[in-house]
Each structure stands twice: as C-alpha cells, then as structure tokens.
Design a protein around this ligand. Structure first.
Ligand code: DLL
Length: 438
C-alpha cells in the first residue's frame, strides 16, 4: 500500500505537470509579464528600448536571452516605488530588505500576489513534510523581512496551526515548542542551532520533543550543518530558498523524499543559470549565477533578475514525482566569495570543515583583515561546551583546525579556538564574516 504521507502534494496537478505543458505555460505567462512590465514600468521600457527588443518579439523561450537583466541597483535607483507595475490602490503589502549600505530594497504585492505567495509557501511546506493540522513554530523574523509573514501565510493556507513567535527570546521559544508540542520548526539554520543550545542549557532534551521537521533557509548552510541539526533536534531538516525581490521564501524548496536539491516552482518562475563574467546562459547542470524571472507577479514583475546566488540546476527526475527543476543547494553568493591568497573560498565551505571536526561547536565567524596588499583570514570557532579549554588546549585545537582547512579547502589561514559563548549567537541571519579590511 502506498504511504499517504509520502504521496501528499498541495497542488498535485501542477507539481507533476509534464515538461511540454510547463514550457507552454511559461511562455504564455512570460509574454504576459513582459508586456505588463514594458507598459507599466518606465525602467523596463527604457531597458528594453536600449536593448532594441519588444515584448512581442518573444515567440519562444529561446528568444528570452535577448532581453536585458535586472540588477539590485536598478531597484535602488527606482527607490521606493518606481519598479511597481500596479497602482498603490491595487496593492496590499510592502516588504523591504535592509541591505548593508544605503536605502533598503522595497518590494510590493497585490492581494493576488499575496495569495499566490501563500500558495507557493503551502506547496513548499507540504513538500518539506508539513501536513494540515500540524503545529508550526514560526521563528522567522516578522516585519519588513519576508521570512515571518511568508511562512505564516503559507502554513495557514496549508491548514496548519501557526505559532507566530518571530526571532529572539530563545528561552521562551524552547518552552513554547515543548508546551505546544510543535511538529514543525521554521527558522534560519543558525537560529535553530541557537535554540538547540539554549534548550541544553535549560536541561531540556530537545531531541525528545515531538518536532519532526525543520524548514530552514534564508542563509547558506552546509550538508554537515544539516546532519548536525537532524541529529541534535531529532528531525529531518529541509532547505527552503527565496528572496524578497522575487517574492520571499518559497521560490524553491526541497522535498523530504530525496532532500537533494530544491524544487523551483516553474509555473511561477523561470530559472536560468548564467556565467557571471560573460552573462551567457549556461547549459543544464553547469554552475553559475542564478537568474530568476517572475511569471505571475502583478505588483512587481522581475525580468531576468541577477540573484548573485551561485548554484546549478538539475533536471534529473526526482522520486517524489514532482516534475519541477531542482536548484542545488546555494553555497553562497558571488559577493560573499572570499579570495584568500588566490584561493576562492565561501564561508559555507569553512562551515563544512568545522562541523566535521570533533570537539567543536557549530558557532564560528570569519574575520578578514589586511595583510599588506593581501587579505588575511582568521577563523574563530568555539570548542564544544564539554571539550578541554585550557589555554594550551585551545592552541592545540586551533592547530588541528588550521591543518584540516588547509588540507580540505587548500587555503592557509589563522585559527582561534574560543570558549563557549564567545562567538555572537544568531537570532535571524547569522553574521558569518566580520570584515575589518580598510
Ligand atoms: O531570505 C527569504 C527567505 C526567508 C528564504 C525565509 C528562506 C526562508 P532576503 O532577505 O531577500 O530573503 O535574502 C535573500 O538570502 O539571495 C540568498 O543569498 C540567501 N538565501 C535565502 N535562502 C537561502 C538558502 C530571504 N536556502 C538571499 N540557502 C538570497 C542559501 C539562501 N542562501
């Protein structure tokens, strides 16, 4: 007999649509999007005119490569509302992402956009193993960040009971997870680790609680971190991806059948991988920058948005039966890539090495400084609470870690082993890199 849980899908017909039907739907929706963008958004009209291309010239998906890209500075240049294709009285929500410098990036939604987003989050959460009636402990931040409200509306749409705790107040989170018997934990992976640690400090065996799935995203994390979270929490951790400019969380999500790559919802988005140097589209399976086009967004259509996220696509069939392409784990952004003595390194690669070493906690930070004309990197990592931590023992441990980083990633760096509590804890997206360069 088939397992009813495993076969559950939120929108089976769409999730299992044939490739040819998906392509046909994408073409129709892309033509609609391009026309709407050109007609309603002066930025797109200027950009298409400069590229000497009109929406009507898109006859098949292969014509799309002639359309211009959109980049983050386009959103900043059109701050706050000039990227909108809907009038304010047709809209119902604004979100914004803080950004490290200057003005935030503002995004807007119509009522229809919010409903479609809730549907895609419900689809994602169902793929991750959430079921109607489940209690969802939502520790993504509420507010301008899309994580909290995105997961909230999705969980409700799926028929779950949401506990809208947001981030922070970690001791109380542990109490609520236990007392309300949450089935599903939604948070950044780094905040989930914080919750694990605080539970241990309170003498609570978190692995014995009923929670059985973690839906983790909003920041890069490694397979090693997944193994750690699965084990510590006694759950299956699932990766969820999204970005404010495109919608928020739920652009893509892993299924709990394979947990190998995130199904990107192709009825609402068109995914491309480009070479970030030449800007040419790359064939299926090659690694490059993810470029996303929205196909159903009314308030803020995004045409060929350069995410800066580095990944690859896979069209290998998935045993869950979903036909939508898989986006492999995003290991970092090209603007997060560090070049240390000529070697390219992503923080998540350092994480993979650290999580695999005995006697360490998963709390780490990378500190960058100038070393003459070069960049110098120091990895600061905490030893596990029960590990030896006399001064000389920390020095020995640091030497061992340095050796592992050198032999696995090939980069020479300094390492400082720290005692419990010396690395700041995350309540949302973790700050993995402290950049002290001039
Ligand atoms: O982080 C939306 C989100 C909320 C996704 C909750 C998942 C869960 P932004 O704040 O606009 O939106 O940040 C988007 O975060 O371009 C990636 O660089 C990174 N990111 C998001 N999800 C993942 C992930 C939300 N699963 C930026 N793995 C994106 C790696 C991720 N990086």
């Amino acid at each position: 007999m088939s397992n009813p849980n495993r076969d559950f899908m939120f929108e089976r017909d769409i999730e299992t649509l044939s490739r040819s039907a998906l392509v046909e739907l994408q073409l129709e929706r892309l033509q609609w999007t391009l026309k709407r963008a050109y007609k309603n958004v002066p930025h797109y009209r200027r950009a298409f005119d400069a590229a000497a291309i009109k929406p009507e010239q898109l006859k098949s998906l292969s014509d799309f490569k002639h359309f211009p890209f959109t980049v983050k500075t386009d959103l900043r240049d059109n701050y706050p509302f000039k990227m909108f294709a809907s009038a304010m009285d047709e809209m119902c929500r604004l979100h914004a992402s803080s950004g490290t410098t200057g003005k935030p990036t503002v995004v807007g939604y119509t009522r229809g956009d919010i409903d479609r987003w809730a549907g895609l989050m419900a689809r994602s959460m169902a793929a991750a193993g959430a079921r109607p009636g489940n209690i969802v402990h939502n520790a993504y931040g509420y507010g301008l960040f899309t994580g909290g409200l995105g997961a909230h509306y999705g969980a409700e749409k799926l028929g779950c009971v949401v506990v809208p705790v947001s981030g922070g107040g970690t001791e109380r989170q542990v109490m609520l997870m236990k007392d309300f018997a949450a089935d599903i934990l939604c948070s950044t992976p780094s905040y989930a680790l914080n919750i694990v640690e605080v539970a241990a400090q309170q003498g609570i065996d978190i692995a014995s609680l009923p929670v059985r799935r973690g839906i983790f995203g909003a920041e890069p994390w490694s397979e090693a971190m997944r193994a750690e979270l699965d084990w510590q929490l006694g759950i299956k951790s699932v990766d969820i991806y999204g970005l404010s400019e495109i919608m928020g969380p739920g652009v893509a999500c892993e299924c709990d059948t394979e947990r190998r790559g995130l199904h990107g919802w192709e009825d609402h988005f068109l995914f491309e991988i480009i070479d970030p140097e030449t800007l040419e589209p790359l064939p299926m399976g090659e690694t490059g920058e993810l470029v996303i086009t929205t196909l159903t967004k009314e308030a803020m259509p995004m045409v060929r948005y350069r995410t800066r996220d580095i990944t690859r696509l896979s069209d290998e069939p998935c045993s869950c039966g979903r036909s939508h392409v898989r986006i492999l784990r995003v290991t970092g952004r090209d603007d997060d890539m560090l070049i240390i003595r000529g070697v390219n390194v992503y923080p998540s690669q350092i994480e993979s090495v650290l999580v695999a070493i005995d006697g360490l906690s998963p709390h780490y930070q990378i500190v960058l400084k100038n070393d003459g004309p070069l960049d110098a990197m120091t990895v600061e990592v905490e030893v596990a609470p029960d590990a030896p931590s006399a001064d000389d023992e920390l020095v020995t441990k640091a030497g061992e870690i340095r050796h592992h980083i050198k032999s696995i990633i090939g980069v020479t760096c300094a390492v400082t082993a720290r005692r419990t509590g010396e690395i700041p804890r995350s309540e949302g997206k973790a700050v993995r890199v402290r950049d002290l360069r001039n």
